[in-house]
Design a protein around this ligand. Structure first.
Ligand SMILES: Nc1ncnc2c1ncn2[C@@H]1O[C@H](COP(=O)(O)OP(=O)(O)OP(=O)(O)O)[C@@H](O)[C@H]1O
Length: 609
């Protein structure tokens, strides 16, 4: 009882929040649908009355050879009702398609808007991907069902009560047996919906893993490695194991589900037989006409259909409200954490960004129980300084930069932009003034123009600025060799696309960074795919173009750090040394060791050559 009550409350609460989300989008369609469903709900009852009258008048004709007029009139009304029913169904179908189109569009738009603005930190958790998959797949359909469900329930309840009302006037006991008949399918279907929802939650991770293996095995990026390392059999086996685990779990649910349904169907058949027997018994005991008996039988069959539909509708309403609740939570998810909503800062952006950065005793963990990724980090960057971050793989260089950008705000210690602590600065205020090339930069399979202008999309139509950025980023020469130059579609995913080499894609990303006029430039391994000429040219241009700007470069090639004002040397999450190239060399510590090793390698390579 308590559980049914809490399910009803859940459905009601979710429905109210849900209607608030979508009412403005589909109110016209909903009102139209309610009108159609009310009219539709009354048709079976009118049909029932007409059927009774028609059968009785036919019976009169057979027994007493009466005039055919009445029977013909009833037949005409029946036919008219049938036609109205079909027209209503067709109007409902069109209305549903309209509603579905609008809802699909708005839901997808809301999901992608939320996903693209959610704090980056969430992308570090696997739970987030599970939730994302659940809210992204089939959600629009559920949203439509969530609107249609209550309307179908309303329509069926209305039809049911009018039918029961009509047959009660014939004999009250028949309606009671029919009501008893209603409960069981409802309870069983709700139970199955709940199980289905739980199964869906449990298996999300498995289904993601299956997709991951499929993408690896079918994907273009992984195709080369898989062949060279001959990973096909191993990966296919891994996929098989996960797939079987997934299907076994689903199969045991299907068996359970099927037992329930078979039990339900057997029970329904028994109840139908009992009810029909009961009606025959009543017919024999009281003065029912042949019309009454036909009407009761027809009502009985209609009611049986309605009860099944009703139980499915209510149970899927319950299942949908569980999923929709998750969708609403997701859409409101980042609002709790949204940095921009919680920060209320009046300081001028130029004062914020242009006054240097001070990092004071910064500590950061990805996992609360894991080791510190950034461990008591402190340094100061004066406005316009050139900073290089160097160190071992996994030392925490990229993580430090992500903290500086405000992607991760759950750190201990402080990061000040000017006088203001980063946690109090809206992300947008920082992003407005930063240009970056990440280690895993994006390869947009769109046009060259877009690839460059995405650095500052407000100027996407400024062709001269795009050309200028391509010259600075060293992509100008190869773009000019394309027949349609800056309109060339890049990548192989779409028709007519041109694929670039790794270094050319990197030059595209660098051009994009130069397209943006920013006070701070951050480059994470910008020369990883560049040839030695391009690398030398990049650093030269970068030094010229970044004059007066604060620049932070992460690099494993220490020759690129020689001119930096400040070099931060990182090891296991700590800054072990900091200073200029000269200072660090004279310190003769970790930096000097790394630098001399690289220099020695070049030198010995020289002698070998
Ligand atoms: N999303 C994440 N979740 C958990 N741990 C992470 C995550 N990203 C990085 N790490 C861990 O944090 C540590 C620092 O990683 P980071 O990428 O900052 O190193 P890095 O110095 O930039 O390395 P590299 O020079 O190899 O690029 C590593 O031990 C890495 O395993």
């Amino acid at each position: 009882m308590i559980s049914s009550f809490s399910k009803t409350i859940l459905i009601l609460k979710t429905s109210i929040r849900f209607i608030a989300y979508y009412w403005s989008v589909v109110r016209v369609e909903i009102i139209f649908s309610i009108c159609l469903k009310i009219i539709h709900a009354l048709i079976p009852s009118i049909q029932l009355i007409i059927t009774k009258k028609m059968v009785d008048s036919i019976s009169e004709i057979f027994q007493h050879r009466e005039n055919l007029d009445y029977a013909m009139q009833y037949l005409a009304i029946q036919t008219l009702l049938l036609i109205i029913g079909h027209v209503l169904i067709s109007l409902e179908r069109i209305n549903n398609i309209k509603m579905q189109n609008k809802i699909t569009f708005v839901t997808e738009e809301r999901i992608i808007t939320k996903t693209s603005s959610i704090p980056i930190m969430h992308y570090e958790k696997s739970d987030f991907y599970d939730q994302l998959l659940r809210v992204s797949s089939g959600q629009s359909q559920r949203v439509v069902e969530m609107f249609n469900g209550p309307l179908i329930v309303l329509q069926n309840i209305l039809t049911l009560s009018t039918l029961i009302g009509i047959i009660s006037t014939i004999h009250w006991l028949t309606s009671i047996s029919i009501i008893l008949f209603a409960f069981l399918p409802l309870v069983i279907n709700i139970k199955i919906s709940k199980l289905n929802h739980n199964l869906n939650r449990e298996t999300t991770q498995l289904s993601r893993l299956i997709n991951y293996f499929l993408n690896l095995l079918k994907g273009r990026e992984s195709a080369k490695e898989i062949r060279v390392f001959q990973l096909q059999d191993y990966l296919i086996n891994r996929w098989k194991i996960v797939y079987q685990k997934y299907t076994n779990r689903k199969f045991s649910f299907d068996i359970y589900n099927s037992y329930f349904r078979t039990g339900l169907e057997v029970l329904t058949a028994v109840l139908i037989a009992l009810n029909l027997g009961f009606i025959i018994w009543i017919g024999a005991k009281s003065n029912l006409t042949i019309g009454d008996y036909t009407a009761i039988s027809q009502a009985f069959i209609s009611i049986q259909g309605i009860l099944v539909t009703l139980s499915y509708s209510i149970s899927s309403l319950y299942a949908n409200s569980l999923s929709i609740q998750e969708l609403i939570q997701f859409l409101e998810f980042s609002d709790e954490l949204a940095v921009d909503n919680n920060t209320n800062i009046k300081t001028d952006e130029n004062d914020l960004i242009g006054n240097g950065i001070f990092v004071d005793n910064l500590n950061f963990y990805y996992d609360k129980n894991g080791p510190p990724i950034l461990d008591h980090i402190s340094f100061r960057i004066h406005p316009g300084e050139k900073v290089a971050i160097v160190g071992d793989n996994g030392a925490g260089k990229s993580t430090l930069v992500k903290c500086l950008l405000g992607f991760y705000r759950t750190y201990n210690g402080n990061i000040y932009y000017g006088e203001t602590e980063l946690r109090n600065i809206p992300s947008s205020k920082i992003f407005n003034h930063v240009s970056t090339v990440f280690q895993d930069f994006c390869k947009y399979e769109l046009t060259v123009n877009e690839n460059i202008a995405f650095g500052d999309v407000r100027h996407i139509d400024d062709k001269n600025k795009i050309i200028d950025a391509s010259i600075k980023g060293d992509s100008f020469s190869f773009i000019n060799q394309f027949p349609i130059k800056y309109d060339t579609q890049l990548g192989r995913s779409f028709n007519g696309g041109t694929e670039l080499s790794g270094g050319q894609w990197q030059k595209m990303a660098i051009s994009r960074a130069f397209f943006r006029s920013s006070k701070i430039i951050i480059l994470d391994e910008p020369a990883a795919s560049l040839d030695p000429f391009a690398e030398a040219s990049l650093y030269k241009k970068f030094t010229e173009l970044s004059n007066g700007k604060t620049t932070i470069i992460i690099s494993h090639r220490l020759s690129s750090c020689i001119n930096a004002d400040l070099i931060l040397v990182m090891k296991q999450g700590k800054i072990v040394e900091q200073g200029s190239h000269k200072e660090l060399l004279s310190l003769d510590g970790y930096y000097a060791k790394m630098f001399n090793l690289q220099a020695k390698n070049y030198h010995s390579a020289d002698t070998v050559c």
